[in-house]
Each structure stands twice: as structure tokens, then as C-alpha cells.
Design a protein around this ligand. Structure first.
Ligand SMILES: C[S@@+](CC[C@H](N)C(=O)[O-])C[C@H]1O[C@@H](n2cnc3c(N)ncnc32)[C@H](O)[C@@H]1O
Length: 242
């Protein structure tokens, strides 16, 4: 299921069609508020439940001991928090969208905040996770810098997001599925516009090399990048420099 990778393909969409800056923040917040009630169901359907496996893999690779305090950033409905708590960790759920936080079923403490400005002191947590939200942020280097600020030396991070498969055949199938099929499923069961945005939003993501370099600048010089499920998803894991 996994393929270590240091390179990635570019998305077939252009970011010029997509909102930027404050316009993007407002669009993302409004979109997730709108789709929150049906978010989990759609996730399971469109990923054929692979999303469940990807989050479990992220928690496994986070590899922190029980009792560790972990921020789950852009936590959405709390799926990663549930897995973190099941692993004996102490998660705190943080998200921009009140709608998503209201749908959080994890039962862990919840905080409404923009994760580019974390409301926690320096070096105060053992780790952080972030699932499928990197492409929604307006400034990834700032986010990685915030991770470096709040995670203690020797602490760990695990970040998941969708990806562009490097294999041309898999990429072709993925483009058709996410470009044509998923928006129709979204329109039928949730919000068409939100699920049309999903494939386009991949264009916001820098290449793996760029993210690894940016993580190193943020204080995570051992960061690794792994493709999951043939490159449908990517996982970045790192230890905070001492
Ligand atoms: C695709 S959902 C992922 C939710 C969850 N992590 C998961 O694995 O299912 C993306 C989440 O990122 C949140 N988000 C986007 N930008 C954010 C920001 N700047 N600060 C905090 N949360 C943000 C959205 O509100 C949404 O809940």
C-alpha cells in the first residue's frame, strides 16, 4: 500500500482559477460549515473507506508514547482525534469551521482557531497531526513555522493530504474519478460546488520536495515523505529538531 517517494507530480488544475488570501479563508470556512453534517459519510464513500486506513497510518507513524499531548490541526469532525485517543494519546481538536467542530464526535477538547496562529505557548505540546487540510491553508511555510514553534524538541508531527499520483495511468484514472465522478456524488449527496473544488484544490499544494524544504526551515530537518495507496494520498512525518 505504501511507496516511499521524494518526488511528486503536478496537479492538472491551475491555481489562478482558485481564490487566494482572505478570499480563500472565507471560502474554505463557508464551504466546510456547509458540508459538515454530511462530511464523514461522503469521505467514506468517495475514498472507499481508504481515508480510515490513511489516518490510522498517520497515528502509527506519529509514534508518540501514550499520554502525549497532541494538537490535531484542522481537525474537522474529529476522525484523527478519535484515532489518537484510541492510541492512548491526549488530542486537542482545532479547526476554523464552527460547523465542522459542531459535528466533532471525538469528545476531546475543541478550539475554534485559524491554525496559522496557534493559541498555545512555545514548545508546549508533544506532537501535532493535520489531516487533508494543507491545501486549504493560505500560507504553508507559516503553518510549518507554527508547528516548529509549538512542538517541543524531540516531538513529532504527521501530516496527511491528497496527492497527485506519479504513475501516469493511476493519475489518469484519478483525474477522471476526482474530476468527474466525485463532483457528481457530492452534488447528489451533499454540496456540488464543494466537491467540484476538491480536485481543483490539489493545485494549491507545493511539490513534496518544496514541502520537505519548508518543513526543514520550520525546524523539522528529518522530515520524510511517503506516498500512500499509489500516490492518492501523501504522508509527511518528522521530529522537531533538538
Ligand atoms: C478536508 S477537512 C479535513 C478534516 C479532518 N482533518 C479529516 O481528516 O477529515 C479540512 C479542514 O480544514 C479546516 N481548515 C481549513 N483552513 C483552516 C485554517 N486556516 N485553520 C483551521 N482549520 C482550517 C476546515 O475547516 C476543515 O475542517
Amino acid at each position: 500500500m505504501t511507496e516511499p517517494s521524494t518526488s511528486g507530480a503536478r496537479a492538472s488544475w491551475d491555481t489562478e482559477e482558485l481564490p487566494q488570501g482572505e478570499e480563500k479563508v472565507a471560502a474554505v470556512q463557508g464551504m466546510f460549515d456547509a458540508i459538515a453534517p454530511r462530511y464523514d459519510r461522503l469521505n467514506r464513500i468517495i475514498s472507499f473507506r481508504l481515508d480510515v486506513r490513511w489516518r490510522k497510518r498517520a497515528v502509527r507513524d506519529l509514534a508518540l508514547p501514550p499520554g502525549s499531548l497532541v494538537l490535531d490541526l484542522a481537525s474537522g469532525t474529529g476522525d484523527l482525534c478519535i484515532d489518537l485517543a484510541a492510541g492512548g494519546l491526549r488530542p486537542i481538536s482545532m479547526d476554523l469551521s464552527f460547523g465542522m467542530l459542531s459535528a466533532d464526535r471525538s469528545g476531546v477538547p475543541r478550539v475554534q482557531t485559524d491554525i496559522l496562529r496557534l493559541p498555545v505557548p512555545d514548545a508546549s505540546v508533544d506532537g501535532a497531526t493535520c489531516g487533508f487540510a494543507l491545501r486549504n491553508l493560505v500560507d504553508l511555510p507559516t503553518f510549518f513555522g507554527e508547528l516548529g514553534r509549538v512542538v517541543r524538541a524531540g516531538g513529532r508531527i504527521a501530516l496527511l493530504d491528497v496527492s497527485v499520483p506519479t504513475n501516469r495511468f493511476v493519475r489518469w484514472g484519478n483525474d477522471i474519478y476526482f474530476g468527474k465522478v466525485v463532483p457528481r456524488i457530492g452534488a447528489l449527496l451533499s454540496d456540488g460546488a464543494a466537491y467540484r473544488y476538491l480536485p481543483k484544490s490539489v493545485a494549491y499544494l507545493p511539490t513534496p520536495e518544496e514541502m520537505l524544504a519548508s518543513l526543514a526551515d520550520g525546524g523539522f530537518s528529518d522530515a520524510t515523505h511517503t506516498q500512500l495507496s499509489g500516490g492518492l494520498t501523501q504522508l509527511l512525518v518528522a521530529t522537531r529538531d533538538r
